[in-house]
Design a protein around this ligand. Structure first.
Ligand code: ADP
Length: 241
């Protein structure tokens, strides 16, 4: 329990610092975005602009990088917003249904086999809908990233014990080795060079902790990964950070 607490503490102080930095970076980023957008307009509306295509490609590259930076700052700010939790009584299966709406297109397009095994009469839980959606989306996004087209992603819910319900998200993707597994909850750890932020799982971990639950991970290289999230039926007792 002591190790866990230290980990949590480290996460929240890094989160606070990161959110502060992200906030400061947002303004100059917005300016770069606006100016580059204006440059693009000018080039596009000037038919005889010298080396037109070349310049358009360059400006496009700037706009794409700005987009990437914004993505990172938005997620970092999410760390700080995690503080306010709104607890309501809800059905975990419903929340899963809501999240699937965001993923259906990609599943169809990539021919991913989404298998749902949702328990009937699953006891309701006291939790935060928006934050749970975020948790499920982060784990599902990783599962989608790990499988090849045509891969399998299974979502299962069950009544785990007296106090908790559980949801597992299993994929038959590339899996992780022991070394990777050790680091996945650390901010900025990513194996997705060039496009990962390494923030999905630390944010997920923080939210689940806050909601009074816990996460288990099992993974085998080349075979796949299972994330299991346990959530309390009764409202969590909030601890001051
Ligand atoms: P990101 O997805 O931006 O890399 P995350 O914190 O969500 O950040 O994930 C950290 C790392 O954990 C990933 O880069 C990947 O190496 C590993 N990971 C997470 N989920 C899976 C999964 N389902 N299968 C394989 N590797 C995973």
């Amino acid at each position: 329990a002591f190790r866990e607490m230290q980990h949590h503490h480290k996460l929240s102080s890094i989160g606070r610092l990161a959110a502060g930095v992200a906030h400061e970076i947002n303004n100059p980023l917005a300016i770069i975005n606006e100016k580059a957008g204006l440059m693009k307009d000018i080039i596009e509306h000037t038919p005889d602009f010298p080396k037109r295509e070349k310049f358009l490609a360059l400006v496009q590259a700037i706009l794409q990088s700005v987009d990437r930076c914004r993505n990172i700052t938005h997620r970092l700010l999410g760390f700080a917003r995690r503080m306010d939790v709104q607890i309501e009584v809800l059905d975990l299966n419903d929340v899963i249904g809501e999240v699937l709406g965001f993923l259906e297109k990609e599943a169809l397009y990539r021919n991913i086999d989404l298998r749902l095994q949702l328990a009937e009469n699953l006891p309701r839980i006291a939790s935060d809908r928006g934050q749970l959606q975020q948790v499920l989306l982060n784990i599902l996004n990783n599962a989608f990233a790990a499988v090849d087209d045509g891969g399998i992603v299974s979502i299962t819910t069950w009544d785990a014990d007296l106090d908790r319900v559980a949801v597992s998200i299993q994929d038959n993707g590339h899996g992780m080795n022991q070394e990777t597994l050790k680091h996945i909850f650390e901010p900025f750890f990513t194996t997705k060079k060039g496009y990962g932020t390494g923030l999905g799982l630390p944010i997920t971990y923080g939210i689940v902790k806050k909601l009074g639950g816990c996460i288990e991970v099992q993974s085998e290289e080349g075979r796949g990964t299972t994330f299991t999230v346990y959530l309390p039926k009764k409202p969590p007792e909030f601890t001051k950070e």
